[in-house]
Design a protein around this ligand. Structure first.
Ligand code: FAD
Length: 412
């Protein structure tokens, strides 16, 4: 009995790892020449985009633990997030946890009992609406705290972001350490993708790269074969598959599948600028740059929900971003030189980075669209936003579903 996993993004990697851990024979098929999907290293080793996790992402951190990479994800700002407000040049530290707000120095601007009550209401199961409208009475708290949180977690501007999706995030922020922020010390290649592939190889998973699933051959409510073009794999009774492809590709393969209506871009700028200090992570308000990750090998800027940035030319983006991040680096006394001249910059525009999480009922694709086929992917979670956490959870759920169908078919 073999379980085929299609797509080597985080969801596919998590599914394959879980299945191998249960002793199944697993083959992982990936259309490109590398693993990681939307969370990958580019050929020159640069991350496609900065990926951050928080302590509440228990499934994602557990996955890192199982592949032996947990210690490679470091907490750059344990004393509170350094933030530069470009509106008035104020540089301050911000606690991400409400428990940290007991210290007035770490409180977000505009914090009040009424703002906290309005925030708490977002976590209640009330009719869905846009976060911006729900928090309109608290503009300073929205601007200084919620807007960056929403854009980072939902990759959707506050004016259109779903309060339900945000509520799912807020409900998970209460536990101890839930708001601790982690980033890959070196990059997604060495700190996620390579250790995941090594763990799969140790578990006996066969890895196939450069093979695109062209078509699912369906018969009697099950998948009869996986057609990779010229290379078709017949599924025997007891075999099963996990489809861990992005939504548009899953819908191409299964046209009746409900998928998200729209997608939002994330733009990342990677500056070739060595920095001698430790890994740092800064936030900016009222700026093009939302987050700045400073690693010894380079400096990366994230622009989530970056519809405008995705249209702008690369030289203009680089000049704007460097001027902003340089100001932040100098304001917080970051180690090293921060010259005015813009260093060489690589701009990565991921146009369909995640679904847009707007108000209204999310698509609810079935876990098992066919008797021997389970579905995975960040977009399949109807509650959490599309993130590494959702991808890992979906992969693990699909692994359970596929293993169950395989076990059921094997029974006499
Ligand atoms: C720039 C950027 C920044 C982000 N930042 C964060 C962050 O800070 N924190 C966070 O938690 N999340 C972040 N995310 C979201 C996170 O990357 C995704 O939620 C996650 O990687 C999705 O994984 P997935 O496996 O569901 O899908 P994908 O990564 O899309 O994986 C699908 C895989 O299937 C392959 N494939 C497609 N079609 C076929 C086919 N026909 N046959 C075989 N293989 C196929 C693809 O090549 C791909 O490898 C970010 C995303 C981007 C783009």
């Amino acid at each position: 009995m073999t379980i085929h996993v299609v797509g080597a993004g985080v969801a596919g990697l998590a599914a394959a790892l879980a299945l191998a851990g249960q002793g199944h024979a697993v083959v992982l098929h990936e259309s490109t020449t590398q693993a990681g999907g939307r969370c990958r290293a580019l050929p020159d080793g640069t991350d496609n985009g900065t990926h951050a996790l928080i302590g509440a992402n228990k499934a994602a951190l557990g996955f890192l633990e199982r592949i032996g990479a947990r210690a490679s994800w470091v907490e750059p700002e344990p004393g509170g997030l350094p933030v530069l407000d470009m509106r008035d040049g104020r540089a301050f530290r911000l606690a991400l946890s409400p428990f940290g707000w007991r210290d007035p120095a770490l409180r977000p601007a505009g914090l009040s009992t009424a703002a906290l009550l309005a925030l708490a209401r977002l976590a209640l199961p009330l009719p869905d609406r846009a976060v911006g409208a729900a928090m309109a009475a608290h503009p300073e708290f929205l601007r200084g705290f919620l807007d960056p949180l929403v854009v980072a977690a939902l990759n959707t501007p506050v004016a259109e972001a779903s309060a339900h999706r945000l509520g799912a995030v807020l409900r998970r922020l209460g536990g101890p350490g839930a708001t601790r922020l982690f980033v890959a010390r070196q990059g997604l290649g060495p700190d996620l993708v390579a250790p995941a592939l090594a763990a799969l190889e140790r578990g006996g998973v066969a890895l196939r790269f450069g093979v695109r699933l062209r078509r699912l051959v369906l018969a009697s409510g099950r998948v009869a074969a996986l057609d990779f073009g010229g290379d078709a794999i017949t599924l025997r009774p007891g075999d099963a598959a996990v489809l861990a492809t992005p939504p548009w590709e899953s819908q191409r393969l299964l046209p009746h599948l409900p998928v998200p209506d729209g997608y939002a871009p994330i733009v990342n700028l990677h500056f070739d600028h060595a920095s001698p200090g430790p890994v740092r992570f800064l936030g900016l308000l009222e700026a093009l740059c939302q987050w700045v990750l400073v690693r010894p090998a380079g400096v990366s800027v994230t622009v989530s929900a970056g519809d405008d940035a995705a249209r702008e030319d690369q030289a203009t983006l680089a000049a704007r971003a460097w001027a902003e991040l340089r100001r932040a680096a100098l304001a917080f006394g970051l180690a090293g030189d921060w010259p005015e001249a813009v260093p060489p910059c690589r701009v990565v525009k991921e146009r369909r980075a995640t679904p847009r999480h707007t108000p209204g009922p999310p698509p609810r694709p079935p876990l098992l669209p066919m008797a021997n086929l389970a579905l995975a992917g960040d977009w399949t979670d109807p509650v959490l936003p599309a993130t590494i956490e959702a991808a890992v959870l979906s992969g693990e759920a699909a692994a359970r579903g596929a293993a169950k169908t395989a076990a059921g078919a094997a029974r006499p």
